[in-house]
Design a protein around this ligand. Structure first.
Ligand SMILES: [Cu+2]
Length: 194
């Protein structure tokens, strides 16, 4: 095969594999109101494993707040915790999924840890009791966080039947079945209770 042809074939195949897959979208509500910062994700798919991302995810500490407030990651992901404030932070988690305590660290330093078990992880700071955030460790790369209107969108999902679950810090979790095909987007709305 000529090199040029090989390159064109490679580009075509890459494009097709990226373009393949369906989309799941919808709205999450609680007691009739839009719910932001809810994580919608496809649960573990039997017989399928996903390699952890090579790039770390980031949970920043800025203006005495965790940014973002909710961070979903695939199991095995490394999360970096930079301190972007001039004050010192002391981030820890009391959660069973991943108990840790970074100790006190100052501006410019970055702590990092691998989230190797699925489940929600609550983040707190010893210095600032008002600081709170969550890392939600899931078993597929198919996840999204709802925006201020409660909307979410999960793209590039291979055709199939899945269990789609929504997690929120104070609402009860819920699971629905979803059928994904590549020709039509699947719409799955959730109505949660506190
Ligand atoms: Cu702090």
């Amino acid at each position: 095969m000529k090199l040029e042809f090989q390159i064109i074939l490679f580009i075509l195949l890459t494009y097709c594999s990226f373009g393949a897959g369906g989309e799941i979208k919808g709205t999450v509500k609680v007691n009739g109101d839009a719910l932001s910062d809810a994580v919608v994700y496809i649960e573990k798919i039997e017989g399928k494993t996903f390699s952890s991302p090579s790039q770390p995810a980031i949970m920043d500490q800025k203006d005495l707040t965790f940014v973002p407030h909710v961070l979903p990651v695939l199991v095995g992901t490394t999360v970096n915790f930079p301190n972007s404030d001039i004050t010192r932070h002391s981030v820890f988690s009391p959660s069973q999924t991943k108990k840790f305590d970074f100790g006190t660290y100052s501006q410019g330093s970055i702590k990092s840890i691998v989230f190797d078990r699925p489940g929600p992880v609550s983040l707190l700071c010893h210095v600032h009791p008002e600081m709170s955030a969550f890392i939600v460790v899931v078993e597929t790369p198919y996840f999204a966080v709802t925006n201020e209107y409660g909307n979410y969108k999960i793209s590039n999902v291979p055709a199939g039947k899945y269990r789609l679950t929504v997690w929120h810090e104070w609402a009860k979790p819920k699971t629905q079945q979803v059928n994904v095909n590549e020709k039509q987007d699947a719409t799955v709305n959730f109505s949660l209770e506190e």
